[in-house]
Write a protein that binds this ligand. Structure first.
Ligand code: SF4
Length: 265
């Protein structure tokens, strides 16, 4: 019997459209968790490459290229944001309009991690705004939480040109910042949105369609954290079917139930 089961009296979720429920997919039990996989080095699928016309030269000053010890020394999210907001450590930095650090409850139990800022996020300096952000807010509301009760961050803090997938070296350059965010927030559960954060943060390179809804784990700062992979809201908007919406609802519901169990423990 799995630990995470659909409560008998669960009301119809707000996200999926009303209708008969499909045969229930057994929700994977979060523990024991599978072994952590090594970080994937495979090339990204489908994303066009926007190679710079000239090789990018990293700055050598501690503002343009914050040293790891400055990141590790940040004692709060505000400290960390101050330390890295001038970062130009990868080719995405010079092209950004605004640095998108992340936002939410600094002690959130539920952390959402997306890929990177898009156009609206780059303009506003906030993660997940615009249509995908509105849907994410609804997804969060469907499990009885408000956006500000969670924390929302991305793998990269600067917008990739034309919203392409961040290149592996760009993601690697930025990942230490996300790790420090996770260390400071200490979430009970991480929900990865789409394939990129699952690959770059967790090291799982399998397709998101195949692995969504299956518990993974990531070790950050000496803590092992359960990870629930689900679809990116932008994908849900493109594939706005009952099956996709229900899949996301089930994934988020499983994540919320694990958060509640961790709070009771
Ligand atoms: S994406 Fe990350 S590593 Fe690259 S410049 Fe922006 S903050 Fe720095």
């Amino acid at each position: 019997m799995g630990l995470i089961r659909e409560p008998a009296a669960t009301p119809e979720p707000a996200l999926p459209a009303p209708g008969p429920r499909p045969a229930s997919r057994p929700t994977p039990r979060p523990a024991p968790l599978p072994p952590t996989r090594p970080a994937a080095a495979s090339p990204r699928s489908g994303a066009p490459s926007a190679a710079p016309s000239a090789p990018y030269v990293r700055p050598t000053d501690p503002i343009g290229c914050p040293p790891p010890e400055a990141v590790a020394a940040a004692a709060s999210l505000a400290d960390l944001e101050r330390a890295i907001q001038g970062c130009l450590a990868c080719p995405l930095g010079p092209g950004r309009l605004k640095f998108v650090f992340g936002e939410g409850d600094p002690r959130a139990r539920l952390l959402f991690v997306g890929e990177g800022p898009g156009r609206d996020e780059d303009l506003q300096g906030r993660p997940f705004v615009g249509k995908a952000g509105e849907l994410l807010d609804k997804m969060i509301g469907a499990i009885g939480l408000r956006r500000e009760e969670t924390y929302i961050a991305n793998v990269v803090k600067c917008r990739p040109p034309d919203n392409r997938t961040p290149a592996p070296d760009e993601a690697r350059a930025c990942l230490g910042y996300l790790h420090r965010q996770i260390e400071l927030i200490q979430p009970a559960v991480i929900v990865t949105l789409g394939a990129t954060p699952l690959r770059e943060l967790v090291g799982v390179a399998e397709g998101i369609t195949k692995v969504r809804g299956q518990w993974k784990r990531v070790r950050v700062g000496g803590r092992e954290i359960p990870v629930m992979p689900t679809f990116h809201p932008a994908y849900v908007l493109r594939q706005y079917t009952q099956d996709v919406r229900r899949a996301v609802w089930e994934d988020l519901k499983a994540a919320k139930e694990w958060v509640d169990k961790a709070a009771d423990a």
